[in-house]
Design a binder for this molecule. Structure first.
Ligand SMILES: [Zn+2]
Length: 322
């Protein structure tokens, strides 16, 4: 075959492969390609399930051109970005549909998406225009997720805001602003939706997790059984549960989960258990349909798919704070 023809064929083949790649490449969010604009340092998708996962404090990337926040907590919630991505992946398997998702990759030193945009006396969400771009992108994406989920599922939506804490290393701490951010499902099902046996915390406790505050059913000997869920003493719910929670007209059910340091050191197990509990909650209280493939017991450890970036999941460093 003449050299020219061979070269031409190679070029045509390369062009055809490129066309094929472009034609088969579907963006992570095909309905809203602008959900995570370039430079926003977030991962975001609008899913098809009545669950939204948010993780504002797990990012390590410094925002180019930003000035570090002068006021407020700046500590990383170690590995919670990966935790949120793993929870999302497992939820997709359990629900047969993708949850909505917003994960910050930007450092909290530059922008804190779990703070109100208006600076307070000893706190600020950001201190520079460059950081405001990332902060605004996070909230635009979360708002889009909440609005779209609410339009589709009404009051049967759950937003889970994922955090990490070192105060109680073994425990998962609940924040619902004393139940108010879960008002939609509480109105429909009562307080058991917060700490009953089929609540998120009831399910986590049944898997052996220490939950704070304890369930009502975990009353001490001789203690009368409380009539309402115990008060949330630490991390009762931050700006995201306040802004997007069910206490607001434009909100959905929202719960802040503060995973103890020990819990994020066994990332994949924690993610799998948390996702399985969230999925069960969705089947029980959000009207989610159990897909045929998930009708049986969940896959055991090691059977689920793993995130491709294993390096990022190993050797978690010590960290704390909400
Ligand atoms: Zn946090």
């Amino acid at each position: 075959m003449p050299m020219v023809t061979l070269s031409l064929m190679r070029r045509l083949r390369a062009a055809w492969l490129l066309t094929l790649c472009l034609a088969t490449h579907v963006p992570a969010d095909d309905r809203r390609p602008d959900l995570a604009p370039a430079g926003s340092l977030i991962t975001a998708q609008i899913g098809e399930a009545p669950v939204i996962i948010s993780a504002p404090h797990g990012g390590r990337v410094r925002i180019p051109g930003a000035t570090e926040r002068a006021k407020g907590v700046k500590v990383l919630d170690t590995n919670t970005a990966q935790l949120a991505l793993l929870i999302s992946q497992r939820l997709t398997e359990r629900l047969g549909r993708r949850p909505s998702l917003v994960v910050a990759h930007f450092s909290r030193r530059d922008a804190d998406a779990n703070r109100a945009p208006e600076p307070g006396a000893d706190d600020e969400a950001y201190a520079s225009p460059a950081a405001k771009v990332c902060y605004d992108a996070y909230h635009a994406a979360l708002r889009a997720c909440v609005d779209e989920s609410k339009a589709t599922f009404g009051t049967r939506v759950l937003l889970v805001d994922v955090h990490g804490q070192a105060r109680m290393p073994e425990a998962i701490v609940r924040g619902t602003r004393q139940g108010s951010s879960m008002a939609h499902v509480v109105a429909e099902h009562g307080h058991d939706v917060i700490d009953g046996p089929r609540s998120l915390f009831g399910l986590l406790a049944a898997k052996g997790y220490v939950v704070e505050p304890p369930l009502r059913s975990q009353a001490q000997e001789g203690e009368p059984l409380p009539e309402t869920p115990r008060r949330e003493r630490f991390f009762a719910g931050g700006w995201i549960t306040e802004r997007y929670g069910a206490a607001r007209d434009d909100g959905v059910n929202a719960i802040q989960l503060e995973f103890g340091r020990m819990r994020v050191e066994s990332l994949e197990k924690t993610a799998r258990d948390a996702a399985d509990c969230i999925a069960e909650f969705a089947f029980t209280y959000l009207g989610a349909q159990r897909p045929a493939a998930a009708a049986g017991p969940p896959p055991a450890e090691g059977e689920g798919r793993s995130m491709p970036d294993q390096d990022a999941l190993q050797e978690p460093k010590k960290g704390s704070g909400t």
